[in-house]
Write a protein that binds this ligand. Sequence first.
Ligand code: SAH
Ligand code: SF4
Ligand code: F3S
Length: 450
Amino acid sequence: MSETPQKRLYIKTYGCQMNVYDSERMADVLRPLGYGVVDDPEGADLVVLNTCHIREKATEKVYSELGYIKQMKGRKAQAGGKMTIAVAGCVAQAEGKEIMHRQPAVDLVVGPQAYHQLPELIARAHRATGERLSADFAADEKFDALPAERQVNGVTAFLTVQEGCDKFCTFCVVPYTRGGEWSRPPEAIEDEARRLADQGVREVTLLGQNVNAYDGGGHTLAKLVRRLARIPGLDRIRYTTSHPRDMGEDLIAAHGELPQLMPYLHLPVQAGSDKILKAMNRDHTAESYVRLVEKIRAARPDIAMSGDFIVGFPGERDGDFDKTLELVREVGFASAFSFKYSRRPGTPASAMPGQVDEAVKAERLDRLNALLDAQQKAFNALQVGKVLPVLFEKKGRNPGQIVGRSPYLQAVHAVGPDSLLGQIVPVRIESSAKMSLGGVLENQSLLESA
Ligand code: SAH
Ligand code: SF4
Ligand code: F3S
């Protein structure tokens, strides 16, 4: 047993899955220093807010959260203790200096590529000397310097394989907050995946802002996936998020050939009007997107398509928006995320003429969501009567119930023993709702052996 008293670390994560991965890795970096993760910021020794800059609301949340944390810091100081407040993530990268200015209770600011420097930054903050802001873009250093050991919780895990973006969609801050596209070497990824599998992880989701642009010294994403599919115990592989432009033939083929590659694809399209897509600098048309989905479905007919949509981009007229609805009808999505366009400082679109009224955006979002919700319900209803392999992940809310995921990423509830957690088990689907499916174990003797 270590003699070091446990220091309490609270991490709050905003934004995308890359931030979820980064938060876990920050905990890994800090664990050897005696920090253990707690789920309440009150009284914590170190509070990390891992932030998101993608839309204005996401950024504003951080400043209001900092207001609460500052009060907790005050209470801790009154009791004779010290709380260190760190801001990490994309807001840290985009407006580090401004954060320190707007909220002086913040002790340090660390950008997404500098998490390996956390121990040093914390030490400096405690001495209250030197630079307390680290926001460079050396992604290779970050991954080399993070500890190889990861603490996994559960049977699924994220694994970042690619960071950054060179696409410069005119609405988006990511190329500025995460830097240019950069891929980790396949050897390092395989090593991390093997360690995860050894710790009981059955499903890994490969992450990247443009994950299908992965280029690891001669390895495309398809080649990387084939390599990881050979790891014993790693039965399911997913990847996100993809850009239509980088959906290569070999990746499409892999969907038809690799049983480990799950039939779910998040492929944001953003809009259905070519005029708007051009102004967004998306590099695809509505037509080319639809053709691409047809090709993917030829390789894997049952694939669940998912997407992102933005309504109310500058210059979007009613007729343009109708084309988004048309595209959605043509493709048929199993799930989707839709957003009102948010004007981000420094991006080209924020200076474009024809900014759309908030009320119009809200009305369009409602109409789009109604259509997407209906498609999601219809897709889920299609599963009723089928037997799906479900990877059970955790206990359900009701006693005796366990919850897992179908290949299509739907949550599935069933009555079953805890001994099935971590296993892939056939489940007969009996009911469906918008967000989940309900079923019974196909092999009822699994219930009796409990
Ligand atoms: N790299 C991914 C996702 C990036 S951010 C991709 O290219 O698809 C996730 C989603 O947020 C985007 O797909 C987009 O739909 C949305 N988004 C990004 N910037 C936005 C903005 N300024 N306003 C509203 N939504 C935005
Ligand atoms: Fe943003 Fe476009 Fe890059 Fe996605 S592809 S991260 S939307 S700039
Ligand atoms: Fe947000 Fe940064 Fe992810 S802006 S969506 S946390 S890459």
